[in-house]
Design a protein around this ligand. Structure first.
Ligand code: ZN
Length: 94
């Protein structure tokens, strides 16, 4: 029983397996955990939602390149995403 090695390059994103150590992006699970922790801190995520808004070019006004004041992240940025999740979490548990 031997053959060509089966390709195993598929990224599994929502299979519920443990995230690989050293993955670059925060996993969905980590984001949700962060959002759950933020959820009770209403003024924190509200301020984040207030600050992380798109400019006319569709980039986050607050996530600028360090020191330059130039918008660097396409909006919605990850911080806005977390704050938005926190708001949903808060709404659901309210
Ligand atoms: Zn931002």
């Amino acid at each position: 029983m031997s053959g060509p090695a089966a390709p195993q390059a598929e990224d599994e994103e929502e299979t519920g397996t443990e995230p690989a150590a050293g993955s670059r992006k925060p996993s969905e699970l980590e984001l949700r955990r962060l959002a759950a922790e933020l959820a009770p801190m209403v003024d924190v995520w509200q301020r984040l939602l207030d600050q992380h808004l798109p400019d006319r070019a569709g980039r986050c006004q607050t996530c600028t390149k360090g020191g330059t004041g130039l918008p660097a992240a396409p909006w919605p940025c990850s911080i806005h995403g977390i704050a938005d999740l926190a708001r949903q979490w808060h709404d659901r548990s309210a």
